[in-house]
Design a protein around this ligand. Structure first.
Ligand code: AMP
Length: 376
């Protein structure tokens, strides 16, 4: 167990690392961030910012010597870097668990082993696999790169074999999955924390809406039957226990028109769809991340109020959004990530709309989005 005063490390300096760092420092830990960007959101608020690449062996060794435990804030961290760190200090989640989340084939196969339904999928290693994959799926499909896809990038809709061949070419002929396209009613996610003792704390299920492939809003509690929310939590818990996972795990599910719930993907880190916990839960996902990494008992993850989280992208900087108007709503809590350059599609911050009912939180989100100029 690592008590406050110990030094924790985070690989990656984005907003997730920043919110972890802030939570850890509030609890009395020292934090080391490794990120090459001198302006990185997490580096700005860390005790020590190691400005080096994620595969820089000397920097990784330095980090391992400074820290008693290290975590990561992005799943595409090179596996060798985590393994290098793990030789010298405690690393959670484990390199093996991160490796599963890095590969769509591995994560879907493991999820099935742990009892989850998934969309039908076929592996494509090279162009020799295309005809068999198309024959297997035989209908509207999505071609997704197995690795490095995020926010809807690295995927193409395909409706026949010719389109599949062209899409595979377009995606650079890298290993892919061909997935049957499902009729989605809703998208929901479960964020959980698991500590080394195997204790699990589940956050309430979030209902997520995306725009241009990027998370737009999360509505909590999700407007799904309680029994479905329980099943989503059970499945996420089986995955976490099955992988002997330590840290924050986010699992995304589809709710289908026929009422079934299927696993889509998971992230081995705090998740954008868990940002509502910052203001609406007794313990937030970053505080739980600190507790899990330090081997402490987990906090109460109970929902204190209905909430809608709204993402703020760089698109609305003209030159800067009207924060005063937004903050004139007493139920709004604003979180900005300290990024100096706003670009379209870049996540700059988010805000949480708190209200007595989920309907009132949705109404507040809609009004405030309109005022900020966030388009639907
Ligand atoms: P992903 O990168 O797998 O999260 O996919 C990005 C988005 O594409 C999801 O949030 C869904 O809206 C949609 N999507 C992904 N896979 C499927 C599928 N098999 N059927 C229908 N829609 C999908």
């Amino acid at each position: 167990m690592l008590l406050p005063g110990a030094t924790l490390g985070v690989l990656g300096g984005g907003q997730l690392g920043r919110m972890f760092t802030l939570a850890a420092r509030v609890m009395g830990y020292q934090v080391v961030v490794l990120d090459p960007d001198p302006q990185s959101p997490a580096g700005q608020v860390a005790d020590i910012h190691l400005k080096a690449g994620y595969t820089d062996a000397a920097a990784l060794l330095h980090m391992a010597n400074l820290c008693q435990a290290v975590t990561t804030e992005f799943e595409n961290v090179p596996a060798q870097s985590l393994e290098m760190l793990a030789k010298n200090c405690f690393v959670a989640p484990s390199p093996a668990a991160v490796a599963v989340a890095q590969d769509r084939l591995l994560e879907k196969s493991r999820a099935q082993e742990f009892g989850c339904d998934t969309a039908p999928f076929a592996n494509i290693e090279d162009e020799g696999y295309l005809v068999a994959a198309w024959t297997q799926i035989d209908g509207p499909a999505l071609l997704k790169t197995r690795r490095l896809g995020y926010d809807g990038k690295g995927q193409v809709r395909v409706d026949n074999l010719d389109e599949l061949v062209a899409a595979f070419d377009h995606l650079g002929r890298v290993p892919c999955l061909l997935e049957g396209r499902l009729d989605l009613n809703q998208e929901v996610s479960v964020v959980l924390a698991r500590n080394p003792q195997g204790e699990i704390a589940f956050f309430p299920v979030a209902e997520n809406r995306h725009r241009n492939g990027i998370l737009d809003v999360s509505i909590v509690p999700a407007r799904v039957p309680e029994e479905l929310a329980d099943r989503a939590r059970d499945m996420a818990g089986h995955i976490a226990a099955g992988l002997d996972y330590v840290g924050i795990l986010a699992v995304e599910f589809f709710v289908l028109a026929d009422g079934r719930i299927v696993f889509n993907e998971m992230a081995p880190r705090p998740h954008n769809s868990g940002h509502y916990t910052l203001d609406a839960c007794a313990t937030d996902q970053f505080q739980q991340q600190v507790r899990a990494l330090a081997g402490l008992p987990l906090g109460d993850s109970r929902l204190l109020t209905p909430v809608v989280m709204v993402n703020i992208l760089g698109d609305i900087w003209r030159p800067q959004p009207a924060w005063d108007k937004l903050l004139a709503h007493p139920g709004v809590q604003l979180h900005l990530y300290g990024k100096t350059e706003a670009r379209p599609g870049r996540k700059m911050g988010h805000y949480n709309c708190l209200a007595a009912t989920v309907e009132a939180a949705i109404a507040l989100a809609e009004t405030s989005r309109g005022e900020l100029g966030i388009s639907d």
